[in-house]
Write a protein that binds this ligand. Structure first.
Ligand SMILES: Nc1ncnc2c1ncn2[C@@H]1O[C@H](COP(=O)(O)OP(=O)(O)OP(=O)(O)O)[C@@H](O)[C@H]1O
Length: 265
């Protein structure tokens, strides 16, 4: 298999268990998930179903109880935090910026930590990333407290991409944004996915985001991935969670995005 066709993420027979208050809870049981390069995959599932844990395992922050989580052909937890930013960029749901750093210092942080590049180059790279996420240079020296919610997300995205990772993980990227900011953020993600040849894996409950962006959708239910397929196939899948999630009132509105418009026919 050529490098380009190898999956970027391969999760096999994954078990995740946690022990709390004398009880063991099984979150994932024999979960398999393969993600090909270039996909924009949305992961959906019920609350507490282990979607964030899955992202943390891909990032190498958590080690599976059993089974394997491979990213670019290597165990995800092999590098842990150190060096992970060049392989995987992560936008955490509550990924606050460092409040005492400027926008530019926040974006530059992973590169500065690496300590291999001169300060002037680090600044230049951070400035390029700032513009890449649609923010003007005049915002570079602002403090996070002076930014809107949408701008904070964009700065966090620039920081996640500062080392040009081939894989970007996003946990609820549009949560807490007003509809216009959420739309703008989706458009940005779509163009970065295309232009940077990124593989994007996103956990979201937002049906508009799912249908606008996803090339595939993976549904986590019953402790494993019950389907991983293009959105049109997923909505037709006969599973109680899937039917409930996609076929409710909100689902019908969002599914209209899958239908061709009269002009397009
Ligand atoms: N380090 C941990 N120790 C103990 N329990 C944990 C730990 N991390 C996660 N859990 C538990 O694992 C379960 C899955 O959590 P996770 O945050 O991945 O769910 P989720 O699918 O992302 O949910 P939501 O959609 O509500 O954000 C939860 O019950 C959570 O409390």
């Amino acid at each position: 298999m050529t490098e380009a066709r190898k999956p970027i993420v391969q999760i096999e027979k994954l078990w995740s268990t946690f022990r709390a208050a004398g009880q063991t809870s099984v979150i994932h049981q024999d979960l398999d998930l393969t993600i090909a390069r270039g996909e924009l995959l949305s992961i959906v599932g019920g609350s507490g179903g282990g979607k964030t844990v899955l992202l943390r395992q891909m990032l190498g922050l958590e080690t599976p109880t059993r089974g394997s989580v491979m990213v670019q052909g290597r165990p995800a937890d092999e590098l842990g935090r150190a060096g992970a930013a060049s392989r995987v960029g992560m936008l955490f749901q509550h990924g606050a910026l460092f409040s005492s750093f400027t926008v530019l210092e926040n974006i530059a942080f992973p590169l500065r930590e690496l300590g291999t590049l001169p300060a002037s180059l680090v600044r230049d790279v951070a400035m390029v990333k700032l513009q890449m996420v649609g923010l003007e240079a005049r915002h570079a020296h602002k403090m996070p407290a002076d930014l809107s919610g949408g701008m904070v997300k964009r700065v966090a995205l620039a920081r996640a991409l500062v080392m040009d990772p081939p894989l970007l993980l996003l946990d609820e990227p549009t949560a807490g944004l007003d509809p216009d900011s959420a739309d703008g953020f989706c458009t940005l993600l779509q163009s970065l996915h295309r232009e940077l040849d990124l593989t994007v894996v996103m956990v979201t409950h937002d049906l508009d985001t799912i249908f606008e962006l996803s090339t595939r959708v993976a549904v986590v239910a019953d402790k494993h991935v019950v389907i991983n397929a293009p959105p049109g196939e997923v909505v037709a899948f006969d599973h109680p969670f899937v039917q409930d999630f996609f076929r409710g009132g909100r689902g019908h509105r969002a599914m209209a995005l899958l239908q061709p418009t009269p002009d397009a026919v």
